[in-house]
Write a protein that binds this ligand. Structure first.
Ligand code: CO8
Length: 374
């Protein structure tokens, strides 16, 4: 048996940001256009007028201040309202592979390792740009990794489920090192014309390098244990995936192929599930609340994270104990907790314990107990 350890992480952050002010201005311009185009139906009561979004609501309901996106121009054009992403040639790698590659190179550099130290590449994300040959295999090829690669999809919990898969393989000895890569192009899956969710997501890619602790060339985080759980709910759903079906009259183009949620129910149902999950994992691992130096939570909603932090620690966590990146990145699905871990972990010292926890659609929840060495 080998001891798995996280020895490097990397984050690819797109160049473009969209502030809440820019987002709301574009959305409200779209609302004006829509209401003008449908003025007769609205006046006759056949159609409901669309309502404005507001910066105040977005910040208060979510804690989000801005998001990074691959393309800003299309999203902010009230006549377009989606990212304008270039069609890729057969010979070109996917956008997800390029983003993932950048994050993976950073993770390997931080670990002081190269492609020869990697036996497995997992691309774990909410959506796959190229279901086949597989984004992970594209990244494997671009990096020059021997061994094998595969894609995994567990929505917002993809990273932690991927870490569990990789850590278990390292523990058993079937591989030496693995890259778990989470490229999330949420902007392409989001309906930017839907007031209830248009502010929620952003784009990013993260990567985590996991290897045998004894192979670490510097400080590392031992993966003490992992715990994954799923319970079915259709409150966060992608109804039709790639299947373009005939739509009920009035349903906007592609809406049934995008992200849908009942945010209020998610909020209420996921909170106890996650708090109980973390408490059970900590109890099984013999980690008391006072032993926990840091919580790197999934980044979907600030109020939600504040609640979970209070429940886990039985007190209000200090900002550095439960770092949020949500205000800058928005919800980046599986990548959120890894961004928080990557940016806010290097100050921990020998023996410190921390916990990564992701949660989301499925419902799914995954947690990883880590201990700092070096
Ligand atoms: N501006 C102004 N007012 C608004 C807006 C807006 N943009 N949107 C809604 N309102 C209004 C509503 O109309 C409502 O008005 P009224 O009270 O008159 O009916 C009022 O504001 C309150 O609306 P809500 O009850 O919906 O507001 P909440 O306070 O509940 O906040 C949230 C909404 C932010 C969605 C909140 O419920 C939340 O964060 N829930 C949890 C969501 C969550 O964690 N989801 C996880 C999804 S991510 C995931 O699992 C991965 C999926 C795969 C990735 C997909 C990539 C795209």
């Amino acid at each position: 048996m080998h001891t798995p350890a996280i020895t490097g992480t990397g984050v690819f952050t797109p160049e473009n940001t969209i502030s809440n002010a820019e987002l709301v201005a574009a959305f409200n311009a779209y609302v004006d256009l829509y209401n003008a185009d449908h003025a007769a139906d609205i006046a006759a009561g056949r159609l409901a007028a669309k309502e404005y979004s507001s910066e105040e609501f977005i910040l208060k309901a979510s804690g989000i201040q801005q998001r990074y996106v691959i393309d800003k121009s299309g999203i902010l054009d009230p006549h377009v309202m989606h990212p304008l992403l270039e069609q890729r040639a057969d010979e070109a790698p996917s956008l997800m592979a390029e983003m993932g590659l950048d994050a993976a190179r950073k993770a390997l550099a931080e670990a002081g390792k190269t492609a020869t130290d990697v036996d497995l590449v997992i691309c774990a994300a909410s959506n796959m740009e190229r279901a086949y040959p597989a984004v992970a295999i594209e990244i494997q090829e671009l990096l020059g990794v021997q061994g094998f690669a595969f894609d995994m999809n567990v929505a917002c919990s993809s990273a932690t489920f991927g870490i569990q898969a990789a850590a278990d393989m390292i523990r058993s000895g079937s591989i030496r090192g693995a890259l778990v890569i989470n490229p999330e192009i949420c902007s392409a899956h989001l309906e930017w014309r839907d007031r209830d969710c248009h502010f929620i997501f952003g784009d990013v890619a993260t990567a985590t390098f996991i290897e045998r602790a004894k192979a670490a060339s510097g400080a590392f985080f031992e993966v003490k244990s992992t715990r994954c759980a799923t319970v079915f709910s259709n409150n966060i759903r992608n109804n039709n995936g790639y299947l373009r079906r005939s739509r009920p009259a009035g349903m906007a183009d592609r809406r049934d192929m995008q992200f849908m949620q009942n945010g209020r129910k998610v909020f209420k149902e996921v909170l106890p599930m996650v708090s109980d999950h973390i408490a059970a994992h900590m109890a099984a691992e013999g980690v008391a609340a006072d032993d926990l130096k840091r919580l790197w939570l999934h980044q979907a909603n600030k109020t939600m994270n504040d609640f979970i932090g209070r429940k886990v620690l039985s007190r209000t966590p200090k900002a550095h104990e439960q770092p949020n990146i949500l205000q800058d990145y928005a919800n980046t699905s599986s990548a959120g907790s890894i961004i928080a871990f990557s940016k806010y972990s290097s100050d921990l010292t020998e023996g410190d314990t921390g916990l990564i926890c992701s949660f989301g659609a499925g419902y799914s929840v995954g947690s990883v107990v880590l201990q700092r060495h070096g």
